[in-house]
Design a protein around this ligand. Structure first.
Ligand SMILES: CC(C)=CCC/C(C)=C/CC/C(C)=C/C=C/C(C)=C/C=C/C=C(C)/C=C/C=C(C)/C=C/C=C(C)/C=C/CC(C)(C)O
Ligand SMILES: C[S@@+](CC[C@H](N)C(=O)[O-])C[C@H]1O[C@@H](n2cnc3c(N)ncnc32)[C@H](O)[C@@H]1O
Length: 381
């Protein structure tokens, strides 16, 4: 495995270690006090302290953000500055407490102080318009209740709420109820716009005749690809409960004649044939290695020689851990109880093991939105 730190048991100190010397020095209270006064180091100490403070208080910042979103304060302050009295009345919160929330929001960069009170900042406006992000923040109440006890999540000691929030992950049977399926699918579809935008910047579907999106949800990704590639034929494959919403989307977009929608489970059913490219968008990280390996092998069988598999989802950093993949998505998947965030190298390794070759990792610009890995079935191109 490329992204596993190997070795068992604690390392025994032997000889001089630069890192040990540095860490003991920096952790020493006397050194800290000296460095915070010394002109050449005090700026660095202040910045490190600020970084540390953000780590310490991140949960509170997130909860402030949640309150702002839940009270719809982004929309309320977008066009005109609002007075505290008006905001307090609207939210049914005492004025002094409302002031605390607005000041916190302003400190986090979401509002500007503009007479007679507060107006949405540029960052707040970007947040308000970023597709699906506000709804993602709203559903964080579930995730953060699980994260109140991260040790229980790590040890797998408790049944998490998040596992019940996304029941489709556990197989076809769990998502039989169309109403439930619709709720998850909307959250996914709204946040798909950025993922599709970023994926389509990283790869091209030139030369592809039919693209099959496996676990394609309600079709937001195929709708974006279809708009960018007007001659492309498409197949969407997802659990039966998701199918009607996908069919409805393609009908509404006038794309129904270009898209075949098939219901089924990639665990139990054969995949439709006829596509020369397959995409898995935000699918692999929901599932355990065995499930993903079996799915990749099934896709290889369904593809013609030279056919392509595109995996797009937020990924971990492997040797270079990143916040979105290794902190947020890794714990999100852990709390869901099934999948895991994998690095591009790990996914590439799995694709090769499944039989793909020429595996590439085209760079995406916003890795917190998605990263991409592409492979080809051996044979003619
Ligand atoms: C006009 C003038 C005067 C100046 C302009 C200056 C200028 C150019 C400003 C730029 C402003 C601008 C347009 C900013 C845009 C920013 C955007 C688009 C930001 C997007 C951010 C996206 C984020 C933060 C995405 C977060 C996504 C999350 C948290 C997704 C979570 C997904 C989950 C949990 C999925 C779960 C699915 C499961 C169950 C694991 O399968
Ligand atoms: C996280 S969502 C991603 C949806 C879409 N690709 C996107 O990015 O918005 C995962 C999708 O995989 C589908 N899925 C999960 N298990 C499946 C299975 N066994 N067979 C087919 N689809 C499945 C779910 O119904 C869901 O639509």
């Amino acid at each position: 495995m490329t992204d596993t730190v190997s070795g068992t048991g604690p390392a025994r100190p032997s000889g001089f270690s630069w890192r040990r010397w540095r860490n003991r020095k920096i952790a020493h209270r006397g050194f800290q006090s000296w460095a915070s006064r010394f002109p050449l180091t005090r700026g660095h100490v202040r910045r490190e302290g600020e970084r540390m403070f953000d780590l310490v208080s991140g949960f509170v910042y997130s909860q402030v953000l949640w309150a702002v979103v839940e009270l719809d304060l982004l929309e309320a302050t977008c066009d005109e500055a609002q007075s505290l009295a008006a905001l307090a009345h609207r939210a049914a919160i005492p004025v002094d407490r409302m002031e605390a929330l607005m000041q916190a929001g302003a400190a986090l960069g979401l509002f500007d102080r503009v007479a007679p009170g507060y107006q949405l900042s540029a960052l707040g406006a970007a947040l308000m318009g970023a597709p699906g992000v506000v709804d993602m923040i709203r559903h964080h109440d579930v995730f953060y209740r699980d994260m109140q006890d991260p040790l229980a999540v790590l040890r797998g000691e408790k049944e998490t709420e998040l596992a019940r929030f996304w029941p489709y992950v556990f197989g076809a049977g769990a998502a039989e109820n169309p109403e439930t399926a619709q709720r998850y699918s909307k959250l996914m579809a709204d946040s798909q716009a950025l993922v599709a935008e970023e994926t389509l910047r990283a790869i091209r579907f030139d030369g592809v005749t039919r693209l099959m999106d496996v676990g394609g949800g309600t079709g937001a990704f195929l709708a974006a690809v279809g708009a960018a590639c007007p001659d492309l034929k498409m197949t969407l494959f997802d659990l039966p409960a998701v199918v009607p919403a996908a069919e409805e989307r393609f009908r509404a977009l006038g794309m129904a004649d270009r898209v075949t929608v098939r219901g089924g489970s990639f665990r139990d059913d054969p995949l439709p044939e006829g596509a020369d490219a397959v995409s898995l968008v935000r699918v692999c990280y929901d599932h355990a290695d065995e499930t993903v390996m079996a799915l990749m092998r099934k896709i290889l069988d369904a593809l013609p020689p030279g056919g392509r598999l595109v995996v797009s989802e937020p990924m971990a950093g492997g040797a270079h851990p990143n916040r979105s993949g290794d902190a947020y998505f890794a714990f999100y998947c852990m709390a869901m109880g099934t999948g895991r965030a994998r690095s591009p190298e790990r996914l590439a390794e799995m694709m090769k093991e499944a039989g793909f070759q020429g595996v590439e990792m085209p760079r995406t610009h916003r890795s917190y939105v998605t990263s991409v890995v592409v492979g080809r079935k051996p044979g003619a191109t």
